[in-house]
Design a protein around this ligand. Structure first.
Ligand code: URP
Ligand code: ZN
Ligand code: ZN
Ligand code: ZN
Length: 459
């Protein structure tokens, strides 16, 4: 099986040049000009288009029992949506309940993707409890190829860990050489502020942001980076929403802490006024940490351009408006947190970042693909266009104009947070390991093509 992509403008985290790409089977076999291909090769004319490495979303939720319900996507819907949107690898958070056995949870989460996913997939192992057995089980999971952990400093009484559990997790992670991804908010302060707002009759979705102010998030970052400094662990702060939190990470880095920062596309494109929409529509925009004001959004773009923020993920966490978000109609603390966005990340980042000049093409590819590959041990198999790399390629048409709508998206939710928004550019062709999986905005691949990406410790 051969695939020849001719005359495209190849854009990576560091390069920008015109060439042909020849894929043989699952990998890139040659890059050059006037390449010839076997007679039965599929040929794609990419003249006038950008050709980029398949995008990687390092923070998604697919199977997620959470806040009294379950996230709406499965690997069928999420992987088709991801691919049509240019994302060819997903890293999902395994989020076991406190009384669940970690190995069983790993098998459960992996089993849901295996045989169904159309895109490649990997996991961060959520640590939500610590017993005598935990270290051995986590070692086994890392040996099996899940070379990163996830901890929640938020969600008191549910997924959140206490300080002893946090310390144990970071210490073990450093022994094993795996990075720890972390949701950073001070959970005690969140719980206290929530109760005060509710007691004052402030029950609508617009009160979600005031219940988790920026300093509460920054405090979470300070907290974990202190633990990282003492244990030597490498930490990756997920879904960072504001300047104080990014600066808390930068301050730790200047003390020698190994810390990286992720933001998500919702923080770069939405602002706090969306959660203030009338008739409870604001609930569509409730996620944690909350969507902030315009000034924070502008700061994040600058921090992204400067590399202070390494990656742009989604934190895809899909809940319907009807029936799910509505569970919190009388109490914002009961609104399932999360925004569906796995299909829209790349197009929104291009439209609002590249097309506006806020970031250049190299930073675009770097933050939405290459950095995640490097941080999580997938590079250069993923996140690169070079001979021997997986043939995960996105032929991107920057001239395309269209609109986002829940009527046409492939995600399983009954709403889009970006309903009616214009996008400038979209993937015309998307390949996963040499196989054409999307064309002209349609999924044309097969379910089950996706493969588990076993990763090795990174340091
Ligand atoms: O609101 C969010 N972020 N929902 C998903 C769970 C998490 O915290 O990542
Ligand atoms: Zn989180
Ligand atoms: Zn280390
Ligand atoms: Zn998340």
């Amino acid at each position: 099986m051969s695939l020849l992509i001719t005359g495209g403008r190849i854009v990576t985290d560091k390069d920008d040049y015109v060439a042909d790409i020849l894929c043989d089977g699952e990998t890139i076999a040659a890059i050059g000009s006037q390449l010839s291909a076997p007679q039965d090769a599929t040929v794609i004319d990419a003249a006038g288009k950008l050709v980029m490495p398949g995008f990687i979303d390092p923070h998604v939720h697919v199977y997620l029992p959470f806040m009294g319900t379950y996230a709406k996507d499965d690997w069928d819907s999420v992987s088709r949506a991801a691919i049509v949107g240019g994302t060819t690898s997903l890293i999902e958070m395994i989020c076991p309940g406190r009384d669940e056995d970690p190995w069983d949870a790993y098998q459960l989460w992996r089993g849901k993707a295996e045989g169904t996913a159309a895109c490649d997939f990997s996991f961060h192992m959520g640590v939500t409890n610590w017993t005598q057995q935990t270290p051995d089980l986590l070692r086994r999971i890392v040996d099996d190829g899940v070379a990163s952990f996830k901890v929640f400093l938020a969600y008191k009484g549910a997924l959140g860990v206490d300080d002893q559990e946090l310390f144990n997790t970071l210490e073990l992670a450093e022994q094993l050489g795996v990075i720890v991804t972390a949701h950073c908010e001070n959970e005690t302060l969140v719980a206290e502020l929530q109760q005060r707002l509710l007691a004052a009759g402030r029950t609508g979705p617009e009160w979600h942001e005031p219940s988790r102010p920026t300093i509460v998030e920054a405090s979470g970052v300070e907290h974990i980076t202190t633990f990282a400094q003492l244990t030597g662990a490498h930490v990756y702060v997920v879904h960072t929403s504001n300047q104080a939190a990014v600066e808390a990470a930068a301050a730790a880095r200047s003390r020698g802490v190994n810390v990286w920062v992720e933001t998500v596309i919702s923080y770069l494109t939405l602002d706090e006024t969306y959660a203030q929409k009338p008739d409870f529509e604001g609930a569509k925009y409730v996620m944690s940490p909350p969507i902030r004001g315009k000034a924070e959004q502008e700061y994040l773009w600058r921090a992204l351009a400067a590399g202070e923020v390494s990656t742009v993920a989604t934190d895809h966490a899909p809940f319907d408006f009807h029936g799910q978000k509505e569970m919190g109609r009388d109490n914002f603390t009961l609104i399932p947190n999360g925004i569906p966005s796995v299909q829209d990340r790349v197009n929104l980042l291009y439209t609002h970042g590249v097309a506006t000049g806020k970031i250049d093409l190299q930073r675009f590819v770097d933050s939405a693909s290459t950095q995640a590959a490097k941080l999580f041990g997938l590079y250069p198999q993923k996140g690169a266009i070079q001979v021997g790399a997986d043939a995960d390629l996105v032929v991107y048409d920057p001239g395309y104009r269209g609109k986002i709508s829940a009527d046409t998206h492939l995600m399983n939710t009954d709403y889009s947070a970006f309903e009616g928004w214009e996008i400038k550019g979209r993937p015309e062709v998307v390949t996963v390991r040499g196989k054409v999986m999307a064309e002209g905005g349609q999924f044309v691949g097969e379910l089950g093509h996706g493969r588990f990406l076993a990763r090795k410790p990174t340091h």
